[in-house]
Design a protein around this ligand. Structure first.
Ligand code: FAD
Length: 470
């Protein structure tokens, strides 16, 4: 069996954290095995997260544009229809192609792939309940836990993935619900709400807190919420769901103000519970080897991703830090670099965050609220896409760029972009931040015309001096 000879590295979990760690380890010359219970590589991200959601966001956006925007460009149809099964199969094909692609990368890099559920026997041995029924023991000098996260459930709400769905069910609905209630206004809820809203659902987002996406710069957030409202999304903030009744045709929700008060009821066909994600470690038998966790169930690690148990490491959604695929990948690479005797590094303060709605919202570094709280004197430079020639040319001018820089040194502290392609535009800012650039550094870089990236240059000019085009 695959367990008979010892590995240098055994990775438990084949998500973006785990599979990237496994490939990198093999590239660094370490004998590596990756164990995955799902039967497909890519984890949450590829199977039920980032990728299928982006597929549906793109397809639904195309439909919405065909219906509402193409005629402004002189492109007319007599009829536009949705073929939901075709839309879903496009998404499924994208997912299966990509998961098989990772299997190919494992072969190419000589990573051993074991399909099954792993649990600790000792700090250097994992017992695997294999998917094909055969049990094995996989041994490793080093073991990396990359078991990721799972949907957070809410008390009193049972997810059946039909009427009450998690993001996983929301990615695979077989009918367009007339009324969709999204519980939780984080990025996953807003993305999935956008998909179904564009396809025709009436979408209401119920959020316990006072704000949507609380981590967002509040000035950007206000504009973003207005934009979503213009698209027809409704928000009930400071509201909690105290009960759901699925006995009838649809779902009857009982709502209450977050601070207490009179209850109201609300009808929906489908309810999406998107109240966050929790680290997933069940069935791993971590208590057997004594791995330390925090109160939220996250595995505690030091700056080398080592747990308190020697030889056992953890990366990705299962440890503290932003629960994002690219952060998990960075963890994976850095962890393995340390194992190979090199130096790895991940700066959690410079992990970009993107909400893939339309427009997208992307940010890197500090929000204005965080800069204010830090007590540093700062400047703000902004530039709206209404004044950007490319955005105007293509009639896609919603949004703005906002740059925060230290007043004294002009060093960039944070960049926030709302734009149709903000998720791509943000990386110029991510590089600037990583290299401790000033806003003047960005402004003095020649940007091609006409591009939406010029808005970043102009916002940089507005930070330390004056923009040209507004
Ligand atoms: P995971 O991807 O969760 O992978 C862990 C893997 O370990 C799983 O495949 C699981 O089956 C396996 N596993 C667990 N326990 C065991 C065991 N005992 N034995 C064997 N295998 C085991 N992030 C972004 O950056 N961008 C996005 O656009 C984005 N969109 C998202 C949309 C949705 C709807 C969701 C739900 C998430 C999204 N995320 C996004 C978050 C992203 O999916 C996660 O941050 C990322 O997948 C974390 O990677 P990971 O490797 O730590 O864990």
């Amino acid at each position: 069996s695959s367990g008979s000879d010892e590995n240098d590295v055994v990775v438990v979990g084949g998500g973006p954290g785990g599979y990237v760690a496994a490939i990198k380890a093999a590239q660094l010359g370490l004998k590596t095995t990756c164990i995955e219970k799902r039967g497909a590589l890519g984890g949450t991200c590829l199977n039920v997260g980032c990728i299928p959601s982006k597929a549906l966001l793109h397809s639904s956006h195309m439909f919405h544009e065909a219906k509402h925007a193409f005629s402004h460009h002189g492109v007319k149809f007599s009829n536009v229809e949705i073929d939901l099964p075709a839309m879903m199969s496009q998404k499924d094909k994208a997912v299966s192609n990509l998961t098989r692609g990772i299997e190919g990368l494992f072969k190419k890099n000589k990573v051993t792939y074991v399909k099954g559920y792993g649990k600790f026997i000792s700090p250097s041995e994992i017992s695997v309940d294999a998917i094909d029924g055969e049990n094995t023991v996989v041994k490793g000098k080093n073991i990396i836990i990359a078991t990721g996260s799972d949907v957070k459930s809410l008390p009193g709400i049972t997810i059946d993935e039909k009427k009450i769905v998690s993001s996983t069910g929301a990615l695979a609905l077989q009918e367009i619900p007339k009324k969709l209630v999204v519980v939780g206004a984080g990025y996953i809820g807003l993305e999935m709400g956008s998909v179904w809203g564009r396809l025709g659902s009436e979408v209401t987002v119920v959020e316990f807190g006072p704000d949507i996406v609380p981590s967002m710069d509040s000035e950007i957030r206000k504009q973003f919420q207005r934009s979503l409202e213009k698209q027809g999304m409704k928000f009930m903030l400071k509201t909690k769901v105290v009960g759901v009744d699925t006995s009838g045709d649809g779902v009857k929700l009982t709502l209450e103000p977050a601070s207490g008060g009179d209850q109201t009821s609300f009808e929906a066909d489908v309810v999406l519970v998107s109240a966050g994600r929790v680290p997933f470690t069940s069935g791993l038998d971590l208590d057997k080897i004594g791995v330390e966790m925090d109160k939220g169930g996250r595995i505690l690690v030091n700056e080398r991703f080592s747990t308190n148990v020697s030889g056992v490491y953890a990366i990705g959604d299962v440890i503290p830090g932003p629960m994002l695929a690219h952060k998990a990948e960075e963890d994976g690479v850095a962890c393995v670099e340390f194992l190979a005797g090199k130096v790895g590094h991940v700066d959690y303060d410079k992990v970009p965050g993107v909400v893939y709605t339309h427009p997208e919202v992307a940010s890197v570094g500090k929000t204005e609220e965080q800069v204010k709280a830090s007590g540093v004197a700062y400047r703000v430079g902004k530039f709206p896409f209404m004044a950007n020639s490319r955005a105007k040319a293509i009639d896609n001018a919603e949004g703005l760029v906002k740059i925060l820089a230290e007043k004294e040194t002009d060093k960039i502290l944070g960049v926030h972009i709302m734009a149709s392609n903000a998720g791509e535009l943000i990386h110029e800012a991510a590089i600037a931040l990583q290299y401790d650039a000033s806003s003047e550094d960005i402004a003095r870089v020649c940007h091609a015309h006409p591009t939406m990236s010029e808005a970043l240059k102009e916002a940089a000019m507005a930070t330390y001096d004056k923009p040209i085009h507004i």
